[in-house]
Design a protein around this ligand. Structure first.
Ligand code: UT7
Length: 330
């Protein structure tokens, strides 16, 4: 019998209805559809509108759909891990709020904050609970309401980000499928290039921090771009090498959707043609923790049992990594 691995056995996603197009952004800031499309690959993104709605509402919708798809009662879920950079509140964890909204009464839960790499960090963390044999049903969520921390007068960031959620169910697999390998990295010295200045313990919220717009995403785009291109490509090549995978062995690359140029560079480095790369950045922009599960959701019906799939991400921290999955179902 093969060793017990954690397999993704269901995927679901949720994106809000409101579409923020490049044309609408042209009216808000000094930008053009041409600039945004050629520099990032983004055409539109989804925005969660409505008073009192937060990340947990999108996550709850994704999880409810997931449970329905699998015909599983919420009480059967044992653990919920939520990767988010835009939690509903500083505390408690958004995972707890989602569990309450969905009725996952028997689950314990916590959040993971690893910016754009959060979903793969959470997936690997969840997989260890399954591999240990102690838990059999773990939900991993990637969600962000990026519109809550974006300055819609700053053209360098407001064109990039969007809102959305994805969720997967992890269950034990002994047939050779599941999460086979992972490489996760971080380098905190990169924080200077991408962060949110205020609202934490160093600079708590005040009138001054609000006036100085310090609660929005601060990003030095070019610096982040350089690190992202190198590190996402390197780590993806490394995971292929140490698992003796050649380009022809790989069915899909599932990259974090930050910039089409970063994704193209990663695919080139892995020797993969565009037809093997999941790409939906044009519709959703960068949903931070949502990008990878939203791709898996959209491509789910094209995946086959045994497909070799590589997930790859890079984000604030800096954090980055790669996960090798042998897909578990048709
Ligand atoms: O997901 C988390 C990790 N984040 C990333 O991976 C993001 C990585 N960075 C990027 O994707 C890119 O750096 C950006 C998309 C953010 C920016 O693209 P870029 O090609 O690096 O542009 P740039 O920052 O070098 O700016 C080039 C020019 C500048 O004008 P000047 O100084 O050359 O006159 C900018 O002011 O483009 C200008 N610019 C814009 N022009 C029109 C910046 N944003 C815009 C805009 N519309 N929205």
């Amino acid at each position: 019998m093969e060793k017990t691995r954690a397999a993704i056995t269901a995927v679901n996603g949720y994106v809000p209805d409101y579409i923020l197009s490049n044309l609408e952004l042209e009216k808000l800031v000094d930008t053009t559809d041409e600039w945004i499309t050629s520099r990032t690959g983004i055409k539109e993104r989804r925005i969660l509108k409505g008073q009192g709605l937060g990340s947990s509402d999108m996550a709850a919708a994704a999880v409810q759909g997931l449970l329905k798809k699998k015909n599983i009662a919420p009480e059967e879920i044992e653990l919920v891990i939520c990767a988010t950079t835009t939690p509903d509140m500083q505390f408690p964890a958004t995972a707890n709020i989602v569990s309450d909204k969905v009725g996952m009464k028997n689950a314990f839960g916590f959040d993971i904050n690893a910016a754009c790499s959060g979903f793969i960090y959470a997936l690997v963390t969840g997989s260890k609970y399954i591999e240990s044999g102690q838990y059999k049903k773990v939900i991993v969520i990637g969600v962000d309401k990026m519109s809550s921390i974006i300055d819609y007068t700053d053209r360098t960031t407001c064109v990039i980000f969007g809102d959305g959620a994805g969720a997967v169910l992890l269950e034990p697999d002994q047939s050779g499928s599941g999460i086979v390998d992972s490489i996760l990295r971080s380098d905190g010295s990169g924080r200077v290039h991408l962060h949110q200045k205020a609202g934490g313990s160093v600079l708590p919220a005040s009138h001054d921090t609000v006036d100085a717009k310090q609660h929005f995403v601060y990003q030095e785009g070019q610096a982040v771009f350089k690190f992202a291109v190198t590190n996402m490509a390197d780590v993806s090549a490394e995971i292929m090498e140490r698992n003796q995978l050649k380009a022809e062995d790989i069915a899909w690359l599932v990259p974090h959707q930050a910039n089409k140029r970063i994704i193209d560079a990663t695919a080139r480095r892995m020797g993969l043609g565009n037809e093997k790369v999941m790409l939906n950045i044009e519709k959703y922009g960068n949903t931070t923790n949502g990008t990878i599960p939203l791709c898996l959701w959209e491509w789910e019906n094209q995946l086959h049992k045994g497909d070799n799939i590589i997930l790859a991400a890079f984000g604030g921290g800096f954090t980055w990594g790669s996960v090798y999955i042998r897909w578990a179902y048709n």
